[in-house]
Design a protein around this ligand. Structure first.
Ligand SMILES: [Zn+2]
Length: 112
């Protein structure tokens, strides 16, 4: 038997988790789908200011995302100088990847 709250395993004759005050179940339910989001990186972007702009556009399109910058480079204090040295990668859920790519490429075209 398993406790759905703390995931502890119990002997078969125990039906109640004393820690959680919860009835035990024979099988733990499947993980909640939202915890299984697979994050994939979009094409890397030069400059974290630009990455912030892309992030804002993605958020406007209701696509969750986060930025991962090359920490080795940004640690030197170049951040904010406008020199496109910092490499930033934007991660989006795999299911939103195509939509996010379109937004990114759209922004790149506007930039040229
Ligand atoms: Zn428990």
């Amino acid at each position: 038997m398993f406790c759905p709250e703390c995931k502890s395993e119990y002997k078969k004759d125990i039906l109640f988790c004393e820690d959680c005050n919860t009835s035990l179940v024979e099988k733990l339910p499947d993980e909640i789908p939202t915890e299984e989001v697979k994050w994939v990186p979009l094409e890397s972007i030069s400059g974290d200011i630009y990455a912030e702009m892309v992030k804002e556009s993605l958020e406007n399109a209701f696509i969750p995302c986060y930025i991962k910058t090359d920490f080795m480079i940004s640690a030197f204090g170049i951040r904010g100088s406008g020199i496109p040295i910092t490499k930033a990668k934007i991660y989006v859920p795999e299911e939103s990847f195509e939509e996010a790519s379109e937004i990114l490429y759209g922004m790149m075209e506007n930039d040229i």
